[in-house]
Write a protein that binds this ligand. Structure first.
Ligand SMILES: Nc1nc2c(ncn2[C@@H]2O[C@H](COP(=O)(O)OP(=O)(O)OP(=O)(O)O)[C@@H](O)[C@H]2O)c(=O)[nH]1
Ligand SMILES: [Mg+2]
Length: 193
Protein backbone atom coordinates (compact mmCIF):
# COMPACT_ATOMS: atom_id res chain seq x y z
CA UNK A 1 0.00 0.00 0.00
CA UNK A 2 1.30 3.41 -0.93
CA UNK A 3 0.00 6.43 1.00
CA UNK A 4 0.26 10.16 0.36
CA UNK A 5 -1.86 12.77 2.19
CA UNK A 6 -5.45 11.70 1.51
CA UNK A 7 -4.67 9.13 -1.08
CA UNK A 8 -4.00 5.44 -0.82
CA UNK A 9 -2.98 3.13 -3.64
CA UNK A 10 -3.17 -0.63 -3.42
CA UNK A 11 -1.02 -2.68 -5.74
CA UNK A 12 -2.84 -5.50 -7.50
CA UNK A 13 -0.71 -7.86 -9.58
CA UNK A 14 -2.12 -10.00 -12.39
CA UNK A 15 -0.05 -13.17 -12.43
CA UNK A 16 -0.26 -16.34 -14.52
CA UNK A 17 1.39 -18.33 -17.30
CA UNK A 18 2.29 -16.91 -20.71
CA UNK A 19 -0.67 -16.02 -22.93
CA UNK A 20 -3.28 -16.70 -20.24
CA UNK A 21 -4.82 -13.25 -20.85
CA UNK A 22 -3.34 -10.93 -18.21
CA UNK A 23 -2.76 -8.01 -20.58
CA UNK A 24 -6.18 -8.63 -22.14
CA UNK A 25 -7.79 -8.29 -18.67
CA UNK A 26 -6.22 -4.85 -18.22
CA UNK A 27 -7.21 -3.75 -21.73
CA UNK A 28 -10.77 -4.88 -21.14
CA UNK A 29 -10.97 -2.98 -17.84
CA UNK A 30 -9.54 0.09 -19.58
CA UNK A 31 -12.25 -0.18 -22.26
CA UNK A 32 -15.13 -0.69 -19.80
CA UNK A 33 -14.23 1.95 -17.21
CA UNK A 34 -14.72 5.56 -18.29
CA UNK A 35 -11.56 7.68 -18.64
CA UNK A 36 -12.72 9.88 -15.73
CA UNK A 37 -12.33 6.88 -13.40
CA UNK A 38 -8.97 5.61 -14.54
CA UNK A 39 -5.61 6.68 -15.90
CA UNK A 40 -3.93 5.55 -19.10
CA UNK A 41 -2.95 1.96 -19.68
CA UNK A 42 0.82 1.97 -19.81
CA UNK A 43 2.41 -0.94 -21.57
CA UNK A 44 6.10 -1.04 -20.92
CA UNK A 45 8.03 -2.86 -23.50
CA UNK A 46 6.33 -5.58 -25.48
CA UNK A 47 7.77 -7.93 -28.03
CA UNK A 48 4.99 -8.56 -30.51
CA UNK A 49 1.96 -9.07 -28.29
CA UNK A 50 3.96 -10.47 -25.40
CA UNK A 51 4.64 -8.53 -22.25
CA UNK A 52 8.34 -8.12 -21.49
CA UNK A 53 8.31 -5.98 -18.36
CA UNK A 54 4.78 -5.04 -17.25
CA UNK A 55 1.50 -3.30 -18.00
CA UNK A 56 0.08 -0.73 -15.60
CA UNK A 57 -3.43 0.69 -15.22
CA UNK A 58 -4.41 3.03 -12.34
CA UNK A 59 -8.10 2.87 -11.38
CA UNK A 60 -9.91 5.29 -9.04
CA UNK A 61 -11.92 3.07 -6.89
CA UNK A 62 -13.62 4.64 -3.89
CA UNK A 63 -13.58 7.11 -1.05
CA UNK A 64 -13.35 5.36 2.29
CA UNK A 65 -13.31 7.60 5.33
CA UNK A 66 -11.20 10.58 4.26
CA UNK A 67 -9.16 8.54 1.84
CA UNK A 68 -9.38 8.37 -1.92
CA UNK A 69 -8.53 4.79 -2.65
CA UNK A 70 -6.93 3.79 -5.92
CA UNK A 71 -6.02 0.43 -7.31
CA UNK A 72 -2.81 0.15 -9.26
CA UNK A 73 -3.17 -2.82 -11.58
CA UNK A 74 -0.01 -4.45 -12.90
CA UNK A 75 0.37 -7.45 -15.18
CA UNK A 76 3.53 -9.51 -15.21
CA UNK A 77 5.11 -11.19 -18.25
CA UNK A 78 4.18 -14.86 -18.13
CA UNK A 79 6.96 -16.32 -20.24
CA UNK A 80 9.37 -18.42 -18.22
CA UNK A 81 12.54 -16.42 -18.90
CA UNK A 82 11.13 -13.13 -17.56
CA UNK A 83 11.31 -14.42 -14.01
CA UNK A 84 13.27 -11.41 -12.75
CA UNK A 85 10.62 -8.97 -14.04
CA UNK A 86 7.93 -10.94 -12.24
CA UNK A 87 9.86 -10.83 -9.00
CA UNK A 88 10.49 -7.08 -9.21
CA UNK A 89 6.82 -6.36 -9.96
CA UNK A 90 5.70 -8.34 -6.90
CA UNK A 91 7.52 -5.95 -4.56
CA UNK A 92 4.88 -4.38 -2.30
CA UNK A 93 1.99 -6.43 -3.67
CA UNK A 94 -1.35 -6.01 -1.85
CA UNK A 95 -3.55 -8.34 -3.89
CA UNK A 96 -3.21 -10.95 -6.61
CA UNK A 97 -5.34 -11.96 -9.55
CA UNK A 98 -4.17 -15.32 -10.81
CA UNK A 99 -5.23 -15.56 -14.45
CA UNK A 100 -5.28 -19.27 -15.28
CA UNK A 101 -5.66 -20.55 -18.84
CA UNK A 102 -8.61 -22.97 -19.02
CA UNK A 103 -7.25 -25.03 -21.91
CA UNK A 104 -6.44 -28.56 -20.75
CA UNK A 105 -3.00 -28.45 -22.35
CA UNK A 106 -2.12 -25.41 -20.19
CA UNK A 107 -2.77 -27.00 -16.79
CA UNK A 108 0.92 -27.79 -16.23
CA UNK A 109 1.78 -24.20 -17.15
CA UNK A 110 -0.81 -22.94 -14.63
CA UNK A 111 0.67 -25.14 -11.91
CA UNK A 112 4.24 -24.08 -12.76
CA UNK A 113 3.16 -20.44 -12.58
CA UNK A 114 1.69 -20.83 -9.09
CA UNK A 115 4.90 -22.46 -7.95
CA UNK A 116 6.91 -19.64 -9.51
CA UNK A 117 4.64 -17.14 -7.73
CA UNK A 118 5.25 -18.81 -4.39
CA UNK A 119 9.01 -18.78 -4.93
CA UNK A 120 9.03 -15.13 -5.94
CA UNK A 121 6.93 -14.12 -2.93
CA UNK A 122 9.25 -16.08 -0.70
CA UNK A 123 12.13 -13.87 -1.80
CA UNK A 124 10.26 -10.99 -0.08
CA UNK A 125 9.43 -13.12 2.96
CA UNK A 126 5.78 -13.28 1.89
CA UNK A 127 3.44 -16.25 1.97
CA UNK A 128 0.88 -16.75 -0.78
CA UNK A 129 -1.69 -17.71 1.86
CA UNK A 130 -1.43 -14.22 3.40
CA UNK A 131 -2.15 -12.27 0.21
CA UNK A 132 -5.74 -11.66 -0.91
CA UNK A 133 -6.13 -13.53 -4.18
CA UNK A 134 -8.82 -13.98 -6.82
CA UNK A 135 -8.49 -16.98 -9.12
CA UNK A 136 -9.73 -16.42 -12.66
CA UNK A 137 -10.38 -19.25 -15.11
CA UNK A 138 -9.93 -17.44 -18.41
CA UNK A 139 -10.60 -18.47 -22.02
CA UNK A 140 -13.86 -20.25 -21.21
CA UNK A 141 -14.91 -19.71 -24.86
CA UNK A 142 -12.33 -22.13 -26.24
CA UNK A 143 -12.79 -25.84 -27.00
CA UNK A 144 -10.86 -28.42 -24.94
CA UNK A 145 -11.09 -26.66 -21.61
CA UNK A 146 -11.02 -28.21 -18.14
CA UNK A 147 -14.10 -27.93 -15.94
CA UNK A 148 -14.12 -25.19 -13.33
CA UNK A 149 -14.32 -27.89 -10.63
CA UNK A 150 -11.22 -29.63 -11.93
CA UNK A 151 -9.32 -26.35 -12.17
CA UNK A 152 -10.35 -25.36 -8.67
CA UNK A 153 -9.13 -28.69 -7.37
CA UNK A 154 -5.74 -28.24 -9.06
CA UNK A 155 -5.18 -24.54 -8.48
CA UNK A 156 -7.28 -23.19 -5.66
CA UNK A 157 -4.80 -23.31 -2.81
CA UNK A 158 -6.40 -21.20 -0.10
CA UNK A 159 -10.16 -21.05 -0.75
CA UNK A 160 -9.76 -18.07 -3.03
CA UNK A 161 -12.89 -16.80 -4.72
CA UNK A 162 -12.82 -18.10 -8.30
CA UNK A 163 -14.50 -16.78 -11.38
CA UNK A 164 -14.90 -17.86 -15.01
CA UNK A 165 -13.89 -15.39 -17.68
CA UNK A 166 -13.72 -14.62 -21.37
CA UNK A 167 -11.34 -11.68 -21.27
CA UNK A 168 -11.67 -10.96 -24.99
CA UNK A 169 -15.03 -9.29 -25.24
CA UNK A 170 -16.96 -11.36 -22.70
CA UNK A 171 -17.50 -11.09 -18.99
CA UNK A 172 -14.90 -11.82 -16.35
CA UNK A 173 -12.35 -9.00 -16.08
CA UNK A 174 -14.72 -6.49 -14.47
CA UNK A 175 -16.29 -9.10 -12.18
CA UNK A 176 -12.82 -10.19 -11.11
CA UNK A 177 -11.83 -6.61 -10.33
CA UNK A 178 -15.05 -6.12 -8.35
CA UNK A 179 -14.23 -9.15 -6.21
CA UNK A 180 -10.76 -7.79 -5.57
CA UNK A 181 -12.16 -4.32 -4.81
CA UNK A 182 -14.49 -5.77 -2.20
CA UNK A 183 -11.60 -7.51 -0.49
CA UNK A 184 -9.46 -4.35 -0.53
CA UNK A 185 -12.36 -2.19 0.69
CA UNK A 186 -12.85 -4.49 3.68
CA UNK A 187 -9.15 -4.46 4.44
CA UNK A 188 -8.97 -0.66 4.19
CA UNK A 189 -12.05 -0.12 6.35
CA UNK A 190 -10.47 -2.45 8.90
CA UNK A 191 -7.35 -0.26 8.96
CA UNK A 192 -9.43 2.85 9.66
CA UNK A 193 -11.61 1.42 12.41
N1 LIG B 1 -10.24 -17.15 -27.04
C1 LIG B 1 -9.76 -16.35 -26.09
N2 LIG B 1 -8.59 -15.73 -26.26
C2 LIG B 1 -8.14 -14.92 -25.27
C3 LIG B 1 -8.86 -14.70 -24.07
N3 LIG B 1 -8.14 -13.86 -23.29
C4 LIG B 1 -7.03 -13.56 -23.99
N4 LIG B 1 -7.02 -14.19 -25.19
C5 LIG B 1 -6.00 -14.14 -26.25
O1 LIG B 1 -4.84 -14.80 -25.77
C6 LIG B 1 -3.66 -14.18 -26.30
C7 LIG B 1 -2.73 -13.78 -25.17
O2 LIG B 1 -3.36 -12.77 -24.37
P1 LIG B 1 -2.50 -11.76 -23.51
O3 LIG B 1 -3.46 -10.96 -22.72
O4 LIG B 1 -1.50 -11.05 -24.36
O5 LIG B 1 -1.75 -12.79 -22.57
P2 LIG B 1 -0.72 -12.48 -21.40
O6 LIG B 1 -1.13 -13.33 -20.27
O7 LIG B 1 -0.61 -11.02 -21.18
O8 LIG B 1 0.64 -13.06 -22.03
P3 LIG B 1 2.16 -12.67 -21.59
O9 LIG B 1 2.27 -11.19 -21.63
O10 LIG B 1 3.07 -13.33 -22.55
O11 LIG B 1 2.33 -13.24 -20.23
C8 LIG B 1 -4.15 -12.98 -27.12
O12 LIG B 1 -4.18 -13.38 -28.48
C9 LIG B 1 -5.54 -12.73 -26.58
O13 LIG B 1 -6.40 -12.14 -27.54
C10 LIG B 1 -10.11 -15.38 -23.91
O14 LIG B 1 -10.82 -15.28 -22.89
N5 LIG B 1 -10.50 -16.19 -24.93
MG1 LIG C 1 0.92 -9.69 -21.26
Amino acid sequence: MHRSVNEVAYKIVYYGPGLSGKTTNLRRIRDIIGPEHRGRLVTLCTRGERTVFFDFLPVNFASIGNDRVRLHLYSVPGQAYYSLSRRVILDGVDGLVFVADSQTERMDANLDSIEDLENNLESYGLELSAIPTVLQFNKRDLPSIATAEHMAMLLNRYEWPNIESVAIGGSGPLETLKLMSTIIAKQHSGLLS
